[in-house]
Design a protein around this ligand. Structure first.
Ligand code: PEP
Ligand code: MN
Length: 341
């Protein structure tokens, strides 16, 4: 349920309604727009729904939401949300490119990838220190040492860091090093983890699970926002289908659908969707065309030597030419791309 306050509603009008709602046993989140304040009512709205709130001073109307997600919904916040990640805004006119290796391997590897990403106009550095691997015998990531490598690369380039959290026990370490916490596809419905990352109040990137519906994905974001984070970005990374030419199938339709249902920014990861370096550029262009707010690209100084996901990783040169293509198409689609550094 949402209580829409009138344009001129006073502080007293708002606190009066909040008080009434709290007495009815529900939580109230305030969403302040340019002109109006919305009161988002969370919890069992049975009793709150029967209150005659529409006659309270300053109330414009009371709206019932039938969708299962509330905090993430367009009704809760009509304007697009812009999420600030270490000074980089995701969700505005600028199409944000996140680049970096699948996994952090060495100081030299991360720094060289970060320098290449920065030089071509990439705005954020990705890289896994804690890796979710299908096989327990595969490289699991350097852990805390990997975080230190990412920090050095940030120091050298100024690019804020996005890195994955798999286990709540690692949150204190990762939160200290990273600018944005990533919840991976395999953990999208790990509700304990979602609540714990939300409690940090840090920016959170939620990848869509490869077997999850759009509604389940938005409910994952609802968990994070409900726990306290106001800075959530969604990431479409392909879903599992019967097709075998690609690792996953990029669900391009999910981007405009999510933008209709939610105010949260949404980006695309064409690397994990395709699983093939040759498809990364066309899929990244498709992402921009359907209105994504950015892309996340796996980049490696020597993809043939990568410890993880080399076949889908771009060389620094290929990343540079992808950035040139995106930059030339951007004006036609009403967005902007950062210039080369
Ligand atoms: C990643 O981005 O490093 C990753 C493991 O992706 P996903 O969770 O989408 O598979
Ligand atoms: Mn990867």
């Amino acid at each position: 349920m949402i209580v829409v306050m009138k344009e001129g509603a006073t502080k007293e009008d708002i606190s009066h309604v909040v008080e009434k709602l709290s007495e009815a046993g529900v939580d109230v989140h305030l969403s302040r727009g340019k002109f109006k304040t919305l009161l988002l009512v969370i919890g069992d709205v049975e009793q709150a729904g029967s209150l005659p709130l529409s006659v309270c001073p300053g109330v414009e109307r009371v709206v019932r939401i039938l969708k299962p997600f509330k905090l993430v919904s367009r009704e809760a916040h009509q304007d697009d949300s812009v999420v600030d990640v270490g000074g980089v805004p995701i969700g505005g006119r600028e199409f944000i490119v996140v680049g970096g290796p699948c996994s952090v391997e060495s100081d030299e590897q991360v720094e060289s990838a970060a320098q290449g990403v920065k030089k071509s106009g990439g705005r954020l550095l990705r890289g896994g220190a804690f890796k979710p691997r299908t096989s327990p015998y595969s490289f699991q990531g350097h852990g805390v040492e990997g975080l230190a490598m990412l920090e050095k690369a940030r120091e050298a380039t100024g690019l804020p860091i996005v890195t994955e959290v798999m286990d709540t026990r690692d949150i204190p370490d990762i939160a200290q090093s990273a600018d944005m916490l990533q919840v991976g596809a395999r953990n999208m419905q790990n509700f304990v983890l979602l609540k714990a990352v939300g409690e940090t109040k840090m920016p959170v990137l939620i990848k869509r699970g490869f077997a999850n519906t759009i509604e389940e994905w938005l409910m994952a974001a609802e968990y994070v926002m409900g726990a306290g984070s106001r800075n959530v970005v969604l990431c479409e990374r392909g879903i599992r289908t019967f097709e075998t030419y690609t690792r996953n199938t990029l669900d391009v339709s999910s981007i405009p659908i999510v933008k209709g249902l939610s105010h949260l920014p949404v980006i695309v990861d064409p690397s994990h969707a395709a699983g093939r370096a040759d498809l990364v550029e066309p899929l990244a262009l498709a992402a921009m065309a359907v209105g994504a707010h950015g892309v996340m690209i796996e980049v490696h100084p020597h993809p043939e030597e990568a410890w993880c996901d080399g076949s889908q990783s771009l060389t620094l040169d290929a990343f540079g030419s992808l950035m040139d293509k995106l930059r030339s198409v951007a004006p036609a689609l009403g967005c902007e791309i950062a210039p080369k550094a």
